[in-house]
Design a protein around this ligand. Structure first.
Ligand SMILES: Cc1cc2nc3c(=O)[nH]c(=O)nc-3n(C[C@H](O)[C@H](O)[C@H](O)COP(=O)(O)OP(=O)(O)OC[C@H]3O[C@@H](n4cnc5c(N)ncnc54)[C@H](O)[C@@H]3O)c2cc1C
Length: 482
């Protein structure tokens, strides 16, 4: 019989100590401290470390990011948290002097046309690129004249880009650029749930017009670049968050097995204990929560299981700079599916973030796997590294130049897919949750996979849970008085 761990003060149990769970715990702790309220926060984490997919390793002066390597600053939540935690001095900008992105085309790296961020903003540079055929360029140039589709249907990203820019632009540019962020299949991905801003561009006069206007908008600050990171790696953010919490808040090695409700009280069971709670915040990926919640609510568990997850891998390769045959003069390259490679993209880490490597070294980080390409990451770490080394040697024409060392990480069913129908699934989840007051869902599976979205969702869930704690406190106080 597991010990029943009850608490004299209100208690919130958070499931999972990835960036989402830690952000939720931090927000709760901050609110309770501000109001001088007693609140016990317990974070249950199955593995023996905090951070989830945020995983930095440092070896001989090289910083390896095995999961995310930076965060976007246009969404404010990651940057705001970095500042709040006093880490501003550790912020690192991308090297803006060399930000070309290349595309592998018939085995050769060709630069993306100028004016291209996520999608093109100017027609002219596309007319001179060797990436597209003349037919494709003409098709692309028609974009401003294509009327907007006004139906409310949830369209796939592939269908949208093909409709606006043509098939070749989709396959050679948009699919590896846009779908790559989600490790997704553009024919399955929901436009509405992944890039709703593209639909807005279409409705307000077209992609070229909208992207041009966005490019001309003044930059918010010269202190910022579109993507930023922390000098010691993103694990610094996770460590700083954990450091803010009272000792004993985070319990590692605590695999949550089930979630139950007894009246208005929640019970969260691990192998060793059952924690009672006034509110529960799940910061687990949907596939993990589906298993935990199966006895609580079969319908909820089924919808959570409908959100697909795919397996990906990162392989970071470090070489001697002297004699390295490629200038690595850009942020990296993307690989369209038609090239038939296991590597889907690569970041020239030592160019994008020069402080990531020691003097005299270069680092390239390869991405593999994703929707429709999961068989390419079935190998163990050594196998992944072999494939990445071989393909990189061919793409960058490295000849006999071999890496000094490498670090691979496989992410098993870790990337949630926001496929067509995702918004509807979220509505069904919300409807199930109405029957479970005090249970809040947050994290990468629902409304954004990037770090800023995860941080926002964790903090929002914490704010909701905290409001419930306050309301229950007031109700109990008035019951005592009457
Ligand atoms: C290879 C890769 C590269 C990426 N690159 C970027 C990038 O550059 N920028 C960016 O913004 N985003 C990037 N992302 C996305 C981003 O890293 C993730 O979406 C985000 O880190 C997810 O955080 P999370 O806390 O929601 O989930 P997770 O990090 O998955 O955390 C969930 C936690 O729950 C724990 N857990 C699971 N089951 C249980 C259980 N039953 N009981 C207790 N604990 C459990 C897990 O061990 C884990 O620690 C990348 C993702 C990957 C995989």
């Amino acid at each position: 019989m597991e010990p029943q761990l009850s608490s004299s003060s209100p208690r919130v149990v958070i499931l999972g100590a990835g960036i989402t769970g830690l952000a939720a715990a931090y927000e709760l702790h901050k609110r309770a401290a501000r109001d001088r309220r007693k609140l016990e926060i317990v974070v249950l984490e199955a593995s023996n470390r905090v951070g989830g997919k945020v995983m930095t390793e440092t070896k001989d002066g090289v910083v390896f990011e095995l999961g995310p390597d930076s965060f976007i600053t246009a969404k404010p939540d990651a940057l705001a948290l970095v500042r709040e935690l006093g880490l501003s001095g550790e912020l690192v900008k991308t090297n803006e002097s060399q930000k070309t992105i290349y595309v592998l085309s018939h085995g050769k790296l060709e630069p993306l046309p100028e004016g291209m961020t996520l999608l093109p903003s100017r027609v002219l540079p596309f007319l001179t690129t060797r990436l597209l055929s003349w037919k494709a360029k003409l098709r692309l140039a028609l974009e401003p004249f294509i009327p907007a589709a006004r139906e409310e249907l949830d369209e796939s990203l592939g269908s949208f880009v093909r409709r606006r820019l043509g098939r070749e632009a989709l396959e050679k540019i948009a699919a590896p650029m846009l779908a790559g962020i989600y490790a997704g299949d553009p024919e399955q991905m929901s436009l509405q749930s992944t890039f709703p801003q593209l639909k807005e561009l279409e409705l307000s006069g077209g992609i070229f017009k909208g992207m041009r206007a966005a490019a001309q908008r003044p930059k918010p600050s010269s202190e910022l670049t579109m993507f930023m990171t922390l000098r010691g790696g993103l694990s610094r953010l996770v460590e700083a968050l954990a450091h803010q919490l009272p000792g004993g808040t985070v319990r590692t090695g605590a695999n949550v097995l089930s979630l139950k409700r007894r009246g208005s009280e929640w019970q969260v069971a691990t192998k060793d204990a059952v924690f009672s709670a006034d509110a529960v915040i799940s910061a687990l990926p949907a596939n993990a929560l589906a298993a935990v919640a199966s006895d609580l609510d079969f319908e909820l568990s089924c919808v959570l299981n409908e959100i697909p997850f795919v397996t990906t891998a990162t392989v970071s390769l470090v070489y001697e700079r002297a004699g390295f045959p490629d200038p690595l003069d850009g942020f990296g390259f993307i690989v369209p599916r038609a090239e038939g490679r296991a590597v889907t993209a690569a970041t020239y880490t030592s160019t994008k973030f020069p402080e990531r490597v020691a003097q005299g070294q270069v680092m390239v980080r390869c991405f593999m796997g994703g929707a429709g390409r999961e068989e390419t990451v079935a190998a163990d770490e050594a196998g992944l590294s072999r494939t990445a080394r071989k393909e990189l040697a061919e793409i960058l024409r490295l000849g006999e130049t071999h890496p000094k060392f490498s670090r691979s990480q496989r992410w098993e069913k870790a990337n949630p897919q926001y496929n067509v129908g995702h918004a509807l699934r979220l509505k069904r989840i919300a409807s199930c949750l109405q029957g479970h007051p005090g249970l809040y869902l947050s994290g990468c599976s629902y409304e954004g996979v990037g770090l800023p979205d995860c941080i926002r969702s964790g903090r929002e869930a914490a704010a909701q849970a905290y409001r419930r704690i306050l309301a229950r406190g007031s109700a109990q106080a008035s019951a005592r008085q009457s």
